[in-house]
Design a protein around this ligand. Structure first.
Ligand SMILES: Nc1ncnc2c1ncn2[C@@H]1O[C@H](COP(=O)(O)OP(=O)(O)OP(=O)(O)O)[C@@H](O)[C@H]1O
Ligand SMILES: [Mg+2]
Length: 476
């Protein structure tokens, strides 16, 4: 699914130049925004998305070079085309050194400009596609990334080592944030299929209506919006592994189709009659109580048995004893590197505080707590005072004040998303991350809740890849 190309930003203090660029680019189908100063340009860049900037080197106020430097600093991936008054090697070098992607000397032929713009458009498309593929691909892991020495975690690592090289289906269970995705990544990474594709689908993050076509593909015209034929993700995973995350959030009708696929390896694309076959290994995970879901008729028992060839259960963090401390050290090391800090370790009081907490959000919560603490820490040891006041947080009522709309200059959508995010986070804490209860409390279906959480980047995925995509595909 390709998103439309955002506009080009033109910065030039000469009105005629702006006009002619607008016409030239507009005729080629590009959307254009133009401003007369670098200052305005920077303001617009902060607010809106552009795929490239065309700027004159000489501007009233801030020069094109200064503008370029600022833009590079804040939007390092944004290509900037600099237009200089005359071509001298010195100016060209200066423009390129300042970080321009390209430069043109006046006067230039329209084709020269269009050629440069087309290159930037292509680059943008590739970057987008790459980002999409990155989020669509699962993260391969290895055993050493799974930290933990408590008996349950040692057994788990041994189990992974044993079952990874087989083609057995594995169902990974555990509360939210216990490391299911990490385990799935290790199962693929240690398998014979490790060089082959590893595709992850988050069944909760893709709108229900689109999940089937995402999984099995569709023919052109199969439904409104199916403009082109599209192979399914199972085809993409051919020869490799497919990881169905949040499997319990899949609708009953789709469960039936998945069952058929698991029984004989065949499937049909939506709107198609041709039966297809692929060779994929299937891994699945859920943080829901699957037995309870079967009892409630939400999950097919026959499908459960098909998936549950090997079951790996991740213990909640609060049951892992000294691993809490080990994991804290592990994350401290990681964040020292990424945040360029040099905090040596945790104080005894900090360790004690971590030991006593209940960890409803499990390892993910611990990871976030350590990151936040490291940012706050001013001494060379992580102190208990830099950790959150867990008890106070647990007792906090839902009193979430609406932001004062006059105090913030943000678009309405961003304000609402922020507010929604705070509400969901707060109810999650109160319900100890029991999604069923949270959904009841907010009167949403569980699916809708998971969907919103993914969209708002809440405890769905680790770190940066969560919710970063704009399309349904980019969000798993
Ligand atoms: N044993 C571990 N050692 C090191 N890091 C871990 C461990 N377990 C989990 N993590 C980290 O904690 C975060 C959450 O893990 P993960 O995303 O695998 O949880 P999950 O069980 O899939 O959660 P959810 O059900 O919410 O999707 C990730 O950043 C992951 O790398
Ligand atoms: Mg997960």
């Amino acid at each position: 699914m390709s998103t439309p190309l955002p506009p080009v930003l033109v910065v030039d203090d000469e009105r005629n130049m702006r006009l002619s660029l607008r016409t030239l680019l507009g005729d080629e189908g590009y959307a254009v925004r133009d401003v007369e100063s670098a200052e305005e340009g920077l303001r617009l860049l902060a607010d809106e998305g552009f795929f490239m900037v065309i700027t004159d080197a000489r501007l009233g106020g801030m020069t094109g070079y200064e503008f370029l430097a600022r833009a590079r600093q804040n939007w390092p991936d944004l290509p900037v085309l600099m237009i200089t008054a005359y071509a001298t090697p010195k100016l060209a070098v200066e423009a390129i050194r300042a970080g321009a992607m390209d430069y043109l000397a006046k006067p230039f032929a329209p084709e020269e400009l269009l050629h440069a713009v087309a290159r930037c458009a292509e680059r943008h498309r590739l970057l987008q596609e790459n980002a999409r593929l990155r989020t669509a691909t699962g993260v391969v892991a290895n055993l050493s990334q799974i930290v933990g020495e408590c008996p349950a975690m040692r057994t788990l690592r041994r189990m992974i080592q044993t079952v990874a090289p087989t083609d057995a289906r594995v169902l990974i269970l555990g509360e939210s944030g216990t490391g299911k995705e990490l385990v799935a990544g290790a199962l693929h990474g240690l398998s014979r299929r490790r060089e082959a594709p590893y595709v992850r689908i988050n069944c909760a993050a893709i709108p229900e209506a689109l999940l089937e076509s995402e999984l099995f593909g569709h023919e052109k015209g199969a439904f409104t919006g199916a403009l082109k034929q599209k192979p399914g993700r199972v085809e993409e995973a051919d020869g490799g592994t497919i990881f169905l995350d949040e499997i319990a959030d899949m609708s009953r009708p789709l469960q039936a189709k998945l069952l058929r696929f698991l029984e004989d390896g065949t499937f049909t694309r939506v709107g198609d009659t041709q039966e297809r076959r692929v060779d994929v290994r299937l891994l699945a995970a859920t943080n829901r109580d699957i037995i309870q879901a079967i009892r409630a008729q939400e999950f097919r028992e026959d499908l459960f048995h098909r998936l549950n060839v090997v079951q790996l259960q991740l213990p909640p963090l609060r049951e892992r004893g000294e691993d809490i401390s080990r994991l804290a050290d592990h994350f401290l090391g990681q964040f020292n590197l990424s945040l360029k800090r040099h905090v040596r370790g945790l104080s005894p009081a900090a360790r004690q505080k971590l030991r006593l907490h209940h960890w409803p959000g499990n390892v993910r919560e611990l990871r976030n707590v350590i990151e936040r603490a490291l940012i706050l820490e001013t001494t060379d040891e992580l102190q208990a005072t830099s950790l959150p006041d867990f008890e106070l947080e647990a007792r906090q009522p839902l009193g979430i004040a609406a932001p004062d709309p006059t105090a913030v200059e943000e678009p309405l959508d961003a304000l609402l998303a922020n507010y929604e995010r705070r509400i969901i986070l707060s109810v999650l804490e109160q319900c100890q991350y029991n999604l069923g209860r949270v959904a009841d409390r907010l009167q949403l279906s569980r699916h809708a809740l998971r969907y919103r959480m993914q969209r708002l980047n809440i405890a769905g995925d680790p770190g940066a890849d969560a919710g970063a995509g704009e399309t349904a595909e980019g969000k798993d």
